[in-house]
Design a protein around this ligand. Structure first.
Ligand code: KG4
Ligand code: ZN
Length: 339
């Protein structure tokens, strides 16, 4: 079965073809970073219009790259939420119209389900059940993943997401959009511990997170830091260390409660090198394995949506809601599972 996947939930237009026998056949991505950079963040209306402009060409391109005619596609999966309403509607309308024209099923996919299944696109032998740390710009969650479609939330952020904290702190430090990766790069030139920042909720006794206080702590430290030599990089390093510390500590607690299973790390912040280093080190000590998606598939892409759509179809979990084009800008992953 060959599934075309379409991702348009935010500022990346992603299209891919996944084959259940041969794996990922092709994927194309257009990032809108330059479009939004001058505004310091994503402008929803500009995002929607750009998805409209890019999608037809990306779909044509991915079919050429995969060596397929559109008639050889067996289903079309698309991100139905969560995300920006207008941006989601573009992908949903294109996917459902194309599916109708080709006479194949259209499969709505939860964006985070795409992220948490994405390590299956990489090397290695990831098996269910596993624990997943989802760390993106919009979400920070630890999930108990029992099977495709069977997800239990173990903990999540009570305020900002980890990626959102990276982006906001980057802005505070005067770094250009998109701030997360820039802040991570700056942190590599700095030394953690010179300025001390809190580790919010590290000892809260549950698996929840809070990152908004860190942003305030950085704001308070900023003036002091600017006077110090290499201060900005040292503060960036301490901020990164604080986020990574808390993530690793909560994940360790989750793993201790799920002996014998492995860990999946997905979402944009999963690309963070310090987080990977510390999680890998902890995994060796605690005796579990960590699976990441291929680096280029950590951030938003069409491949993870095609994969999730294919797995849902195989399990008979695809929702058939007729010709209606519906999206869910706010959507709970546990409810989306339905297994
Ligand atoms: O998964 P993603 O592409 O989009 C969402 O679904 O949100 O994640 C984007 C987030 C942004 O907040 C970005 O700043 C963050 O991931 N990010 C990083 C790194 N690369 C991307 N944060 C920290 N370190 C990185 N290397
Ligand atoms: Zn994402």
């Amino acid at each position: 079965m060959r599934v075309l996947g379409i991702e348009t939930s935010c500022d990346e237009t992603g299209v891919a073809v996944y084959d259940t026998h041969r794996g990922l056949l092709a994927h194309c991505l257009h990032s809108q970073i330059h479009l939004h950079a001058q505004y310091g963040g994503v402008v929803p209306e500009l995002a929607s219009r750009d998805h409209i402009r890019r999608l037809p060409r990306l779909i044509a391109q991915v079919l050429v790259d995969a060596g397929l005619e559109s008639a050889e596609i067996d289903a079309i999966a698309y991100t139905a939420g969560p995300g920006l309403a207008g941006a989601l509607l573009v992908g949903a309308s294109v996917a459902r119209s194309m599916a109708f024209a080709l006479g194949v099923p259209a499969v709505p996919v939860h964006h985070l389900e795409g992220h948490l299944l994405s390590p299956l696109l990489g090397e290695g032998s990831l098996a269910f059940p596993f624990v997943a740390l989802l760390v993106s710009g919009g979400h920070t969650q630890i999930m108990d993943v029992r099977a495709v479609g069977d997800y239990r939330l173990l903990g999540e952020t009570v305020d900002d997401a980890a990626g959102e904290a990276f982006d906001k702190v980057a802005k505070l430090l005067g770094l250009p959009y998109p701030g997360g990766p820039q802040l991570a790069r700056l942190a590599e030139a700095g030394q953690a511990g010179r300025f001390s920042l809190p580790r919010p909720m590290k000892n809260s006794g549950d698996l929840n997170f809070s990152f908004s206080g860190l942003k305030t702590a950085v704001m308070t430290a900023r003036t002091r830091v600017l006077e110090a030599e290499n201060g900005l990089a040292d503060l960036a390093a301490e901020f990164q260390e604080a986020v990574v510390d808390v993530l690793v500590s909560k994940v360790s607690a989750a793993m201790a409660g799920h002996p014998g299973v492995n860990l999946v790390v997905a979402g944009g912040v999963g690309a963070n090198r310090r987080l990977r280093f510390k999680l890998d080190r902890r995994a060796v000590k605690a005796g579990f394995r960590v699976f990441y998606p291929p680096l280029e598939l950590c951030t938003d892409n069409g491949a993870m949506i095609a994969l999730a759509g294919a797995l849902r179809l195989q399990k008979g979990l695809a929702i058939n809601d007729g010709l209606e084009v519906r999206v869910s800008p706010r959507w709970d992953l546990e409810a989306a599972g339905c297994a």
